[in-house]
Design a protein. Structure first.
Length: 201
């Protein structure tokens, strides 16, 4: 169900539901007339146009949103490949804002936006979205990685303030070790970046 309404506002969902209900009512009415050999009004087919439009509009919005999520994933990959490309980052940010302007209802759309937020350095948003995923799917590998990478980034900030803090150093090292052999290449690459892994020795 979430897949069908992902990216749709409440009014889109209501419009689609009412359209489906109206279509069903008209269809039942048509079947009843045919079953009773009653004459069917010549213009009755035009009554089906309204519910068709009511269903089609949200469907179009859903299609556009799905394409936006796919494009967002591609833009994220481009930034991961060329992190210094400012135009790629601008394009990613623009697409991210477009996708996030609509309700995210599936794990996939939340994963894609959380990853994009992480890449863009929007740690609070990435943490929030990964937390939402983990609440429903605690074993989600991508969300676990994003959550750990956000924690790694925050630990790095703490080390910049208190580089001699052994507790933070230990937590940082443990988090790095837990991600070092992660099955996702982009996670291992991020952990391996010098700007992510400071010298804590």
């Amino acid at each position: 169900m979430a897949q069908l309404i992902d990216g749709l506002y409440l009014h889109d969902i209501l419009l689609m539901g009412l359209g489906a209900l109206l279509f069903l009512v008209l269809l039942i009415g048509l079947i009843v007339k045919l079953a009773k050999d009653q004459p069917v009004n010549k213009g009755m087919q035009w009554f089906f146009v309204l519910p068709a439009l009511m269903i089609a509009y949200p469907g179009t919005q859903r299609f556009v949103f799905s394409k936006g999520v796919i494009e967002l994933e591609k833009r994220t990959e481009q930034v991961l490949q060329y992190p210094q490309d400012s135009s790629a980052r601008e394009a990613l940010e623009s697409r991210l804002q477009e996708v996030e302007s609509r309700p995210l209802r599936t794990t996939n759309s939340k994963e894609v936006t959380a990853r994009a937020n992480l890449v863009q350095g929007h740690m609070d948003e990435a943490a929030h979205q990964s937390s939402q995923i983990l609440q429903k799917d605690p074993e989600n590998v991508t969300a676990q990685a994003i959550s750990a990478l956000v924690r790694l980034d925050r630990l790095k900030e703490q080390l910049a303030i208190s580089p001699a803090d052994s507790v933070v150093q230990s937590a940082y090292a443990e988090t790095v070790d837990s991600l070092a052999d992660h099955p996702r290449q982009w996670v291992r690459d991020r952990v391996g970046e010098k700007r992510v892994v400071p010298d804590i020795h």
